[in-house]
Design a protein around this ligand. Structure first.
Ligand SMILES: [Zn+2]
Length: 63
């Protein structure tokens, strides 16, 4: 993993065995095999799955 899967920039840092953090879009992402999960880091340090945000977006479009 050398690029952020979210904004495609190279300014990422490794924070865990398979966890990375992007300084470009402030998104944390974990890599498990071929699967990449992205999380938005809130001010209090909690993580919100961007997959969930995407699902919510689809719902609003349907309405
Ligand atoms: Zn990024």
């Amino acid at each position: 993993m050398t690029r952020c899967p979210h904004c495609n920039c190279r300014d990422i840092g490794k924070i865990g065995t398979q966890q990375y953090y992007c300084w470009g879009c402030f998104v944390e992402f974990s890599v498990t095999g071929e699967q990449v999960k992205m999380f938005q880091v809130e001010e209090d340090g909690s993580l919100i799955s961007l997959d969930q945000l995407a699902d919510a977006g689809d719902l609003s479009i349907g309405m």
